[in-house]
Each structure stands twice: as C-alpha cells, then as structure tokens.
Design a protein around this ligand. Structure first.
Ligand code: FES
Length: 583
C-alpha cells in the first residue's frame, strides 16, 4: 500500500464490528473526524499507527495510596502489559474507583455499586476489546465483575493476592482475624496499651489482601470457580514471583479472549454460580460472598436463592482449614496446592462442564494440569472433611421472614440451639454509647440485637454485625454470645453471629419490633429464628413505627436509599439488574 493509502487506512472508520481504537467513537456527527481526533491525541503520548491497530486490552487500575491491599497493582500492571505485548496486543491502563475496607466512610458496601457503575460505564465508553480487572480488597472484585457483566465486555479478573503473615510476641498473626482477637484481648484487659500498639505494627506485615479466608480471599476463589480468572490464580501471595507470573498470564489470556470475542454471557450460567456457591461453602468462606454472588448473578438475570444456598450447604463438606473458622493462613493454602487442589477435591460436587474464559470447560482445564498431591494438612479430601455439612445456614422465622444467615462453622456450637432474653440497641450510635457502660443491663445468657445496620439503615449495611461483647462481660472472660442484626460482618470475624436479617429494620422488618426483654429462640438445626412475641403484640408495635423517608437526602445517598435492594437480592440497585427480557 502506498504511504498515502496507508495514511487513509489509519483514519478509516469500520462500521461493521469495529475493533480497538475504532470502537465507540465519540459522537461529533462525523465518525471519520472522531477517529482522526482520537488518534491525534493518543499519538501525543508517543503511540504509532502500528501499535494503535492492535487489539486493545484495557487494564482497570484500582491502585490508590489509600489502598494497601492493592499496593502491588503498579507492578502487576507492568506484568500484564508485558503479557499483552508478547501476545500482540496493545495494553492501555485506566483508573477506576478504589475501595479499601478501612478507608471507605460510612462503609465500603455503600460504595460497591458506585464502583460497579464506574467500571461498567468506563468499559462501555473506552475502546477496549477485552479488559484485565485488577482488584482484590473485599468489594472491589464483586464491583468489577458486576460492572463487567453488565457491560458484557470480554474480561479476565486478576486479584492482587493475599498479604503474608507477621509475628507478634512470637505468635504468627495476620489481618484481620487476629486484629479482632487481639482487640478483644485489649478490651478485656488482657493486653496493655503498649502491647496493642505493638500488635498494630505487626498485623499487616506486607501489602496485599487480608491473609485469612475473609471476603477478599473468598471472592478470589469464587471468581476462579466461576471461570473468570486464570486457573490457580487465587492464592499466590501479593509479594511473590507467582503473583507476577499470573499477571503476565492474565495479559496473554486477555488478548486471546479478545480475539475469540468471548463475552461473559457466553460463559456464565446458573451452574457456574452454583459451582461458586459450592466453593464458598467448602472453604468456609465469607458470608459477604453470598450477597456479592447474588448481585453478580442478578446482572445476568440469574436468580440465586437462599433456599438453594441452604440446600447446597447441607450437601457440601467443609474441606479447607483456614482462619477465621480454622487455623491456617492464605500463604499456607497456597503452599498446600491452592485453588487447583480445592477444585480437584470438589470435583464430585462441581459441574465440570461449566465454561471458563480459556474457552475450555472447568473439567478440561483441570485435566490439563498435574493436581498437587504432596502431604499437607490445609486442604482435606471431601471424604475426610473438617465438617460434613457446609459452613453456612439460612434461617427463617417471624424475626427473619425473608431469611437470615449464620456462619455455623465460626459459631460456638453450644449456642446453635438457644433461647435468651433480647438486649436491643436501636442503632450503631446507641450501641457505641452503651455497650461498655458498667450500668448496661446484660448477662452472658442474653442475646444482643442491633438494628438499623441493613442496606438502607446505616446506610450501606456495614460490617457491624460482630457486636462487641459488653466490656463488663468481656472482663469476666465471656468470648461469645448470640448476636443478631440486619448488617454484615467481616469475613475475617467469628462468633455466633446472625446476619443479613431480611427485611431490614429500616424498612419496617420484624427486627424493628424487638424490645429489650423479649425472648428470642434460635435453632440452627431446624433453621429457625423467632421472637416469642404474640402476633397481636407485634401488630400493635408495628402501628407505632415512624415512616422513613428519603426526602431530605441528595446525591448518591438519595440514589442509594431509593434504589438499593435487600440482602437476599444482593444489595444491588434495582435499575442495575438485568432486565427481565434479557441482558
Ligand atoms: Fe482489604 Fe481485608 S482490608 S482485603
């Protein structure tokens, strides 16, 4: 082609199936001019026509100085770039919102849907043929997947990887199960101020996500079980050569899926999500993952019900021994063989025909590799599990007509069938002002109830469901009580904690009707959660309830309040879910 011909080709608009830089041209009323202008600008960054003709791989960068869980993202992005270039693509990184659990007021869940919207709109707006989503901290992976599913852009999920463990007074520690345990020791007077300050230096010894089976680790395993991440990619530590190699592999894979035009809707089915639920149960994963998976499935019009979760829980053994319900840390899980070994151990429970981003089924992928089989004590076989039944149970009753969740493997076994007197806190401010008071009327036999921490209540359903043991009881050595709320708890937490009570108290759910002194009955084996109060009395209380309104709110807070759904629907916004008539 003559130089003139080449030049014309460089700004030629392709109407059918536009790819790369020719996709999604800005609307000026003249597409050729829009492409000409786009290329003029991007050439200002030093790109040439050959590079700009390649398959474009976006890299969603969620790094931030406020996000140490993503502290390696710059390095990972360089590795992804190397993989994309080696496979003949053009890597283009771009930022989206970054969420870290400790730097998200009022709570990161409040912002998850905003991050999902940001991700979706950027993916629809930018000229990318596929994207590598770099996330890790709890809400980031679900937000990215929700957005990418709605955009229906070919994508690969890359997680930043778990942090390493630290040492406190000779004891191995890691965020954040040990953060909570040591803080409990400090509240109870078992650690001094100097000691808790020392612990503060030791608990997070490296960048990376929490090093136990919290929400980040759970979601990393689940995106792999869904077929959306490279096989074996969930567990490699953030600070490891493995993690860097996986990033390069993700870059390669992204070019491949772009060329195959492998859209998420080509891969994901109800079976894929049920595989993820099975893995969640088998690893004793975070309760938050139920909400996230439900929201992700809802973006494709796939319904995940609590009843099905409970059914799967009864059939799925717990095979991974990690904190908070077990003993190990994520680096132990990686050394034990990681996700590949888990998926292989669960092969009899998983749908092996489910597709993955590689274009192969999960079964084909597993059959292509050597499954680790060295001796270890973190991942059990399904025949010799840690628990025969799954880690989560779904409760119903007059206190939770639309369901509630308990992580029974992280609970005190003697409290799983229990009746006690309710001690009710109206909201988080009430809890904060009274929980440590020596005058609080409470005994270790009571049940603590916290209202107004559901999706609309707080707002954003904060991880405040791990109601602290009242100080005067903690000092007596009480470590666990039955605690009930419409909120969530961190995946790194443990205790007899009933969460996600639906409908929440802020919309008039029965939790709003409980009074201090009422008897509450919990029977996990029967899946029941009831308050022993007559229907007439509950009706009387209901009639006295004030009516909540969002009239005084503005901006994102109003959008959130008016559109957020309840926990059994994934706490997504109603207008972001798939339309009934298709994607
Ligand atoms: Fe980021 Fe725990 S705070 S994963």
């Amino acid at each position: 082609m003559s130089r003139q011909g080449e030049a014309a080709n460089n700004v030629m608009v392709k109407k059918d199936n536009p790819k790369g830089m020719r996709k999604g041209l800005t609307r000026y009323g003249d597409d050729a001019f829009a492409l000409f202008l786009r290329k003029s600008f991007i050439k200002g960054a030093g790109y040439g026509d050959d590079a700009l003709d390649r398959t474009v791989i976006g890299i969603a960068d969620t790094g931030s100085d406020f996000n140490p869980c993503h502290g390696n993202s710059e390095d990972l992005i360089e590795q992804i770039r190397a993989g994309v270039l080696a496979a003949g693509g053009l890597p283009m990184a771009f930022p989206t919102i970054s969420l870290h659990e400790s730097f998200a007021y009022p709570t990161s869940m409040y912002l998850r849907n905003l991050m999902a919207m940001d991700t979706e709109e950027m993916l629809k707006s930018l000229p990318v043929d596929a994207v590598v989503l770099v996330g890790g901290c709890d809400k980031t992976v679900p937000a990215q997947v929700m957005g990418a599913l709605s955009a229906n852009i070919p994508f690969v999920q890359l997680v930043t990887g778990p942090m390493s463990t630290g040492s406190f007074h000779g004891e191995r520690v890691g965020a954040c199960t040990d953060c909570r345990r040591l803080w409990g020791d400090f509240r109870a007077g078992r650690l001094t101020e100097d000691e808790i300050s020392e612990a503060n230096d030791a608990l997070v010894p490296t960048i990376g996500t929490c090093g136990v089976m919290g929400t980040a680790s759970t979601m990393a395993l689940l995106v792999e079980a869904l077929g959306l991440a490279p096989l074996g990619s969930a567990t490699a530590p953030a600070v490891s050569a493995d993690r860097r190699r996986i990033a390069e592999q993700a870059g390669h894979l992204a070019v491949d899926i772009a060329k195959r035009r492998c859209h998420p809707t080509d891969i994901l089915t109800l079976a894929s999500f049920e595989n993820a639920l099975r893995v969640l149960l088998a690893v004793g994963g975070s309760t938050n993952a139920i909400i996230h998976l439900t929201a992700m499935a809802g973006r494709l019009g796939i319904k995940l019900s609590l009843d099905r979760l409970d059914e799967l829980s009864k059939q799925t053994p717990v095979i991974v021994d990690l904190k908070p319900s077990g003993t190990g840390y994520m680096e132990d899980l990686h050394a034990a063989g990681g996700s590949v070994r888990i998926l292989s151990a669960l092969s009899g429970f998983l749908e092996m025909q489910a597709m993955t981003v590689t274009g192969q089924t999960l079964g084909q992928e597993l059959s292509n590799i050597d499954i680790p089989n060295w001796p270890q004590d973190i991942i059990r076989s399904s025949k010799q599990p840690i628990y025969r039944e799954g880690g989560l149970a779904v409760l119903y009753g007059n206190l939770a007509p639309q369901g509630a969740i308990i992580k029974q493997v992280a609970a005190s076994q003697h409290l799983l069938s229990y009746t006690g007197r309710a001690v009710v806190f109206a909201n988080m401010a009430d809890l904060a002002s009274r929980i440590d008071s020596p005058d609080l009327d409470v005994s270790q036999d009571d049940i603590l109830v916290l209202r107004q921490i559901g999706p609309k209540g707080a707002p954003g359903m904060p991880e405040a469901g791990l109601i602290p043991i009242p100080k005067k009881l903690a000092k007596q050595g009480v470590k666990d009580m039955v605690r009930i709320s419409d909120g969530r708890m961190s995946g790194t937490a443990a205790g007899t904690i009933i969460l996600h009570v639906a409908p929440e108290s802020a919309v008039g759910g029965p939790l709003s009707l409980v009074r201090t002194g009422d008897q509450i009955q919990l029977d996990v084996a029967k899946r029941q959660l009831d308050m022993l109060v007559s229907d007439q009395e509950l009706e009387r209380r209901r009639a006295e309830q004030p009516v909540a309104s969002s009239a005084e709110l503005r901006g994102y807070e109003k959008l959130f309040y008016d559109h957020v759904l309840q926990a059994p629907d994934g706490v997504d916004f109603d207008f972001l879910r798939a339309k009934k008539d298709g994607h």
